[in-house]
Design a protein around this ligand. Structure first.
Ligand code: AMP
Length: 193
């Protein structure tokens, strides 16, 4: 593994531990020799991850659509800053540059990015690990909802299990290091056709 993509909020959340966790993840990635790929913003948890990884001497690549440069304030000190034309291009390039994906706390943008990369895993388009860093239980209800989707027959257990969930960055990166992608399970239920 060379680089990990971090999806996270363009806001920082109300409590200081979100920023602390974002900074700790940035440092933990660099300590393992991993570069960071992210959305390129200088604000919110996005800025915190980037700043922490840069301060630790790591490689940080930002990918941002031209239309968001002003709104999200492009980070000016990254190792590399890639400007793209659309949100779709942004997500595709972030995925291509990365060997694994971690979502920190965030809002709609973070959810959208996480679920897209998970559905690509479900379809077998990539075999890279996808994870939630569940800081202070932020994602407990989302994880509970995914289990509900399994219980009600809309999500296969094998696909649900493609999402690794950890509250500690070190433990999560250990799991990434030993990750073996599961076999893609049938994603259309033949019996219901
Ligand atoms: P948020 O979690 O809503 O604070 O957003 C985090 C990041 O996701 C920001 O850089 C947003 O620009 C980005 N984002 C929001 N919607 C999308 C989308 N549809 N595709 C790609 N990135 C998005």
């Amino acid at each position: 593994m060379q680089r990990i993509c971090v999806y996270c909020g363009s806001n920082a959340g109300r409590d200081p531990y979100y920023r602390e966790a974002a900074g700790a993840l940035g440092e933990a990635l660099v300590a393992r020799g991993l570069g960071v790929v992210y959305g390129g913003a200088a604000i919110g948890l996005m800025g915190t991850v980037a700043d922490a990884a840069l301060a630790a001497g790591g490689e940080v690549i930002g990918v941002m659509p031209e239309t968001l440069l002003a709104r999200e304030i492009g980070h000016r000190e990254l190792t590399e800053f890639r400007v793209v034309q659309s949100m779709h291009e942004r997500k595709a390039l972030m995925a291509e540059l990365s060997d694994g994906f971690i979502a920190l706390p965030g809002g709609l943008g973070t959810f959208e990015e996480l679920f897209e990369i998970l559905t690509w895993a479900q379809l077998g388009f990539h075999r890279k690990p996808c994870a939630l860093l569940n800081v202070n239980g932020y994602y407990d209800q989302l994880v509970g909802f995914l289990d509900h989707a399994v219980d009600t027959g809309f999500l296969r257990r094998g696909n649900r299990d493609m999402l690794l969930v950890e509250s500690d960055a070190e433990r999560l990166l250990e799991r990434f290091a030993g990750y073996e992608a599961p076999r893609v399970t049938q994603w259309i239920d033949q019996e219901s056709l």
